[in-house]
Design a protein around this ligand. Structure first.
Ligand SMILES: *Cc1c(COP(=O)(O)O)cnc(C)c1O
Length: 480
C-alpha cells in the first residue's frame, strides 16, 4: 500500500495515475454534447449505493471506469455553452494547473511553518485585490471557502466593532435582493430574529438609498445600533449593484460598518471596460469577492478584504500547538490569525497561476464578454412576444418568463414556467435556473460562459417555449 503514498519513490506512479485521469477528463471535456444527461436521483442512487467501499478495486483504471458510471457520465458540465444555470463558471486552464500543483504539495495556509511561500503568494493576491478595490494602505484580508464564509466573517468583525454587549439591539441593513447568507450569518452570530432589516429595491433591483436612510434614522431613534449595511455589488438573481456612494455616505453618518458583497460583481475589478460600475466600493470597511464566480476559478476560491487590517484581530486566537503569541513578536506570518478556518487550502495558487499566465485583463475580458452576451440576450427577450424580461442586465444574468398571450391565469403561467425548467433539465439539452419575483415564478439565465452565443440563447428559449406550450396544451382545460 506504500506504493500509493506520494513520495520520492512513487513519483512515476503519481505521474502515471494523474496523467490517466487528465487524459480521461480531456476526452470527456472534448466530447460532452450536452450539459447534463437528465439522470434522476432515483436512477443514480442505487448505482452509488451498490459500491462496496470495503472492497477496493486496487487499480486506477478500474476506479476511473467505475467513476465514469457513478459520476462523470452524468455530471453537470459548466463548460458546456448551454449550461446557463447558477453562478458557476467554466474554469481557466492555468487555474486547473494550479489546483493540481496545490493538491500535490498539499500546503496548509494556516501557518508559515506549513506553507512558506504559499503564505506570501496569498498575501500578494490579497494586496493586489485590495489595491484594485482601492481600500488604502492599511488594507488586508484572507482567502476563504466562499462568499458565505466571507460574509459571515465580515459581519463578525462588524459585530465586534459595534462594541455592544446587548446583541438584540444590533441591526444589519441589506436589500431585499441580498444573499441569504446575510440572514444565516446574523443567526450564527447570535443576533436577534429581527436583526436583518430588509430594504426594498427600485425597478432596477438596486437598494433604495432613501429607504435605507429612513430605516437608519428610525433605528437610531429607537435606541438600536446600526451594526452594518450590506451593499450587494451584483445581486445573485439580477446582477444589480446597490448605489455604493450613497450607501457609503449613510454608513459614515450613522457609524455603521459598510460591507460590500461583491461575490458576483468582483469580476468588474479586472474588467477593462466596466470597472466604474463598482465606484464607491473603495469606501467599504469590508468586501467579499468570489473568484470562483466571475474570475473563472475552480471552486473554492474566495476572499474577504478589509480596509483596516487591525479589525481582523477579532478572528485572532492563539494556540501553543499552532501559533503561539511569540510568533507575533518574531513577525512570523501566520494566516490563521486572520481566518475562521484552521487547516486551509492554498486556493490562492489558482488565481496566481491565472494572473501569471493570462493577466488580469485576460480574465476581465472574459467577464466583459459574458456581460455583452447578457445585453444581447436582453434584446432577444425584449423583442420576443412569448417572453417577459424583468430588468436590463448590469452584469450577466437574465430573469424572464414565458407569458403566452392567450393564458390569463397567473398560477397556470407559473406552473408552465416551472414545468419548462424541469422538463429542460430532464432532457439535459440545457440547464437554466429559476427564481421568484413578486411572488411569481421566473426563469433565469446566469451567463458566465464566453463560449455561449446568442444563437444558444435563442435555441434554449425555443426549447423552453416548446415545453411550456406542451404543458399548457395538456393542462389548460383542467386548470384555467
Ligand atoms: C454566491 C453568492 C454568495 C455566496 O457565495 P458562496 O461562494 O456560494 O458561498 C454571497 N453573496 C452573493 C451576492 C452571491 O451571489
Amino acid at each position: 500500500m506504500r506504493s500509493h503514498l506520494l513520495n520520492d519513490g512513487t513519483a512515476d506512479a503519481y505521474r502515471l495515475a494523474v496523467t490517466q485521469g487528465v487524459e480521461r477528463m480531456a476526452k470527456k471535456i472534448a466530447t460532452t454534447r450536452r450539459p447534463f444527461t437528465g439522470v434522476t436521483p432515483d436512477e443514480l442512487a442505487p448505482v452509488v449505493s451498490a459500491v462496496d467501499l470495503d472492497q477496493p478495486l486496487g487499480d486506477t483504471t478500474a476506479a476511473l471506469d467505475e467513476l465514469e458510471r457513478l459520476y462523470l457520465r452524468d455530471a453537470v458540465y459548466f463548460h458546456h455553452p448551454r449550461y446557463l444555470g447558477h453562478l458557476n463558471c467554466p474554469v481557466v486552464i492555468p487555474a486547473v494547473l494550479g489546483e493540481a500543483v496545490l493538491s500535490a504539495v498539499n500546503s496548509s495556509l494556516d501557518t508559515w511553518d506549513q506553507s512558506a511561500g504559499g503564505t506570501l503568494i496569498e498575501r500578494r493576491l490579497i494586496d493586489w485585490t485590495a489595491e484594485r478595490i482601492g481600500l488604502g494602505p492599511a488594507a488586508d484580508g484572507v482567502f476563504t471557502s466562499g462568499g458565505t464564509q466571507s460574509n459571515l466573517q465580515a459581519l463578525l468583525l462588524a459585530r465586534e466593532e459595534a462594541k455592544t454587549s446587548d446583541l438584540t439591539r444590533l441591526r444589519i441593513f441589506a436589500s431585499e435582493c441580498s444573499h441569504f447568507s446575510v440572514q444565516k450569518s446574523a443567526t450564527l452570530l447570535g443576533l436577534g430574529p429581527d436583526a436583518v432589516v430588509s430594504i426594498p429595491v427600485d425597478r432596477e433591483k438596486r437598494m433604495r438609498a432613501p429607504l435605507l436612510a429612513a430605516e437608519l434614522a428610525s433605528c437610531a431613534a429607537d435606541g438600536l445600533v446600526p451594526m452594518a449595511v450590506v451593499a450587494t455589488a451584483g445581486t445573485t438573481d439580477f446582477g444589480s449593484i446597490d448605489p455604493l456612494p450613497e450607501i457609503a455616505g449613510l454608513t459614515q453618518r450613522y457609524g455603521a460598518w459598510m460591507h460590500v458583497d461583491a461575490a458576483y460583481g468582483c469580476g468588474l475589478l479586472a474588467s477593462p471596460t466596466r470597472r466604474h460600475l463598482l465606484d464607491g466600493v473603495e469606501q467599504a470597511d469590508s468586501v467579499t469577492v468570489d473568484y470562483h464566480k466571475s474570475f473563472f476559478q475552480p471552486v473554492s476560491s474566495s476572499a474577504l478584504l478589509v480596509r483596516d487590517a487591525g479589525t481582523l484581530r477579532h478572528a485572532t486566537y492563539h494556540a501553543d500547538y499552532l501559533n503561539p503569541r511569540r510568533t507575533l513578536e518574531e513577525r512570523i506570518p501566520n494566516q490563521v490569525d486572520k481566518s475562521l478556518q484552521t487547516t486551509r487550502r492554498f486556493d490562492a495558487l489558482k488565481l496566481w497561476m491565472t494572473l501569471r499566465v493570462m493577466g488580469a485583463d485576460g480574465i476581465g475580458g472574459l467577464f466583459d464578454e459574458v456581460c455583452d452576451l447578457a445585453a444581447a440576450g436582453w434584446e432577444l427577450l425584449d423583442a420576443d412576444p412569448r417572453f417577459e424580461v424583468v430588468v436590463r442586465p448590469t452584469l450577466s444574468t437574465l430573469v424572464y418568463r414565458y407569458v403566452p398571450e392567450a393564458v390569463t391565469s397567473p398560477a397556470l403561467i407559473d406552473r408552465a414556467n416551472l414545468y419548462a425548467r424541469k422538463a429542460l433539465f430532464a432532457s439535459g439539452a440545457a440547464v437554466v435556473a429559476g427564481t421568484k419575483t413578486a411572488g411569481r415564478q421566473y426563469l433565469k439565465f446566469t451567463l458566465l460562459n464566453p463560449e455561449t452565443t446568442t444563437a444558444d440563447i435563442a435555441a434554449v428559449l425555443d426549447l423552453i417555449a416548446g415545453h411550456a406550450e406542451q404543458y399548457l396544451g395538456e393542462n389548460r382545460l383542467v386548470s384555467a
